[in-house]
Ligand binder design. Sequence first.
Ligand SMILES: O=C(O)C(=O)C[C@]1(C(=O)O)C=C[C@@H](O)C=C1
Length: 137
Amino acid sequence: MTVTTSSTSTTGVTGTTAVPGTTGSGAAGVTPAAPTGPAVPAGGGSTTDRTGARTPAAAGEIGDARRLIDDLDERIIGLIRERMEVSDRIQRARIASGGRRVHLAREMEVLRHYGDALGRPGTDLAMTLLELGRGRI
Ligand SMILES: O=C(O)C(=O)C[C@]1(C(=O)O)C=C[C@@H](O)C=C1
């Protein structure tokens, strides 16, 4: 199944773009443009492009900021992978010494660290990082 979203550039050109992960084939997840959506949002107003902006200036700013976010996300993913490797190394050492994979007291420290820094979503993030490191328990 392919889900498409309607988009209209600030130049008024309307097309469709596949939502990532919803295409059955195609590496880039992009389907050929086929005009479907309205050129003007329901309820009036100016045109929007794929950023949701209503002006070219805002679209440019959002596009620039999204590139920064994509770069940050790539670095975050790299750090997460690095964390997983270090976590695996610790667990192997503990298991080889006769200990258990999981060390709950340490997990509490990690959860508190993220919770103190980022609040409840930080605790959730730490739970995910721990799961990535040692699997589900
Ligand atoms: O610090 C440890 O002892 C680890 O094994 C690493 C780690 C983690 O990913 O932070 C993973 C599993 C443990 O249950 C606790 C923490």
